[in-house]
Design a binder for this molecule. Structure first.
Ligand code: COA
Length: 275
């Protein structure tokens, strides 16, 4: 069983329901992302991928912040004259953002408070985003004489429309959870007091689906985004075919038999009941 106990900048806990809670854990620094945090995230996500105890991942922050973005002191200023650490940190961010984006397990960003700049990397990498209504979001890079680097300008403008992307990147203005939903940055906003329970509900819903079906579905939806239409047809055809061989639970056969033969299940009327 993988050991997650040595981390100091993050905390990884897998609960009795098989939900892995990945918590940015520097509340005194508003969970700003230091080089250590990036190295730990990469290590944790590598381990969680094959840890059977983890069925779904939730990324969140300790205290009143999701994350105040890249650590201006440890990630930026301290690496100005340390190209080795700068390169290693940037590479780790890229790697763990990719791991989080493409993991076969479902992922939820649970935005519990401050969410600035670099924090949009995990937010966008996760499949689903649930925000507290009270959370505060912003691209504040413009205030620091930098631009939303790494992949931030890209993921932010992929999430919302280009008017909002430009407006918030250029003014550095903040917005709340409800506005994040209107912009397409979050799926839903709920009162902070209900955030964890609402997130749990989504986790349970996801865990009731076939894991292979879910993995192939999320990867397909993400992959076709940047494909031309004819390539999307080809890719989805091949991916669908591959899924039939990759689903040990035979969800397709089971579901169809329940609907067509046994007539015990109508997906439009009730959630999937799986034995
Ligand atoms: N990088 C490094 N340190 C940060 C940080 C960041 N992005 N965000 C917060 N911190 C540190 C502060 O320097 C402070 O450290 P100190 O106690 O050693 O002085 C500590 O976290 C608490 O921050 P503070 O500003 O006192 O907390 P607050 O609750 O009053 O405000 C924020 C919280 C998030 C609104 C405010 O810290 C902020 O605006 N941070 C910058 C966010 C940002 O621009 N991020 C984009 C980076 S590109």
């Amino acid at each position: 069983m993988p050991d997650y106990s040595a981390y100091t900048a993050i905390k990884v806990e897998i609960d009795a329901e098989n939900i892995a809670w990945i918590t940015f854990n520097r509340p005194e620094k508003r969970n700003a992302m230091s080089p250590a945090l990036h190295f730990e995230m990469e290590d944790a996500l590598m381990k969680l991928e094959t840890d059977d105890a983890c069925k779904v991942m939730v990324v969140t922050g300790a205290g009143d912040s999701f994350s105040a973005g890249m650590d201006l002191k440890e990630y930026f200023r301290a690496t100005d004259n340390n190209p080795d650490l700068r390169f290693r940190s940037l590479t780790a961010v890229k790697r763990w953002s990719d791991l989080l984006t493409w993991t076969r397990k479902p992922t939820i960003a649970m935005i519990n408070g401050w969410c600035f700049g670099g924090a949009f990397a995990p937010l966008a990498a996760c499949d689903i985003c649930v925000a507290a209504e009270e959370a505060t979001f912003g691209l504040s890079e413009v205030n620091w004489g930098i631009l939303p680097g790494g992949n931030i300008a890209k993921v932010f403008s992929d999430l919302c429309n280009s008017r909002d992307a430009l407006f918030y990147a250029m003014t550095g203005r903040t917005f709340d959870g409800k506005k994040a939903v209107q912009m397409g940055v979050a799926n839903m906003a709920v009162p902070l007091a209900d955030l964890r329970e609402e997130t749990r509900k989504i986790c349970r819903e996801l865990m009731a689906k076939g894991p292979a079906v879910l993995a192939y579905t999320k990867q397909a939806v993400k992959a076709v985004r940047d494909l031309p239409m004819d390539m999307a047809w080809e890719y989805l055809g091949a991916k669908s075919q591959a899924l039939r061989g990759a689903d040990p639970e035979k969800t397709r056969e089971k579901g169809m038999a329940e609907f067509l033969d046994k007539k015990t299940y109508r997906p439009g009327l009730q959630p999937v009941k799986r034995s």
